[in-house]
Design a protein around this ligand. Structure first.
Ligand SMILES: [Zn+2]
Length: 189
């Protein structure tokens, strides 16, 4: 009789905690030259409404979370952060479901501050514009008769005056942002 009661309680407690699923995934490394560093240092952080769990990636950069509470809006982060923008992934997990996610990951900032203005795709700089962050106002010069000039006072055509001289990068300044924009390849670098 005692055993029957015990079994009954076990069944109840099992059914209370059985609404879980499994989450598997893999980091798709965008800077494979940093593989070793990523393997040694990278954690996947999983946040549900009841707990936060973290796990190290294996040699294939895969990870598995067992018995994850089946619910909506489960959050996944990566530590150290993803570049250039730190992303938090949100997902829904159903009971007994096995969800597999592939997460693109760049472990270091792809933009170097001391990079020169030569585009890495076309290897030229004739179509390259500087990206200006923060509030910027266009500066234009005129001579005494109102003709548009360059900054040395040489008269230039209206078209030249209106030519875009820089690209606005917006007001948000982060620790990882591009300095140049190639108009030919539509590439920030
Ligand atoms: Zn280019």
């Amino acid at each position: 009789m005692k055993e029957k009661i015990l079994l009954y309680f076990l069944l109840i407690s099992f059914s209370c905690f059985s609404q879980t699923g499994k989450l598997t995934g893999k980091l798709i490394l965008k800077d494979p030259e940093n593989y070793k560093k990523v393997l040694e240092n990278t954690y996947i952080i999983l946040k549900t409404s009841i707990k936060t769990d973290s796990i190290k990636v294996d040699s294939d950069l895969r990870f598995v979370f067992e018995d994850v509470k089946a619910e909506k809006k489960i959050k996944i982060f990566i530590s150290p952060r993803n570049y250039p923008i730190n992303i938090c992934y949100m997902m829904d997990l159903k009971e007994n479901e096995v969800e597999n996610v592939e997460i693109p990951y760049t472990s270091t900032c792809p933009y170097s501050k001391d990079r020169n203005n030569v585009c890495p795709i076309c290897s030229k700089n004739d179509e390259v514009l500087p990206i200006i962050y923060g509030l910027s106002a266009g500066i234009s010069y005129k001579d005494k008769d109102g003709n548009p000039t360059d900054k040395n006072g040489k008269i230039i055509s209206k078209e030249e005056n209106e030519k875009v001289k820089s690209i606005s990068g917006g007001c948000i300044v982060s620790d990882c942002q591009p300095t140049w924009f190639c108009q030919r390849d539509k590439l920030n670098f």
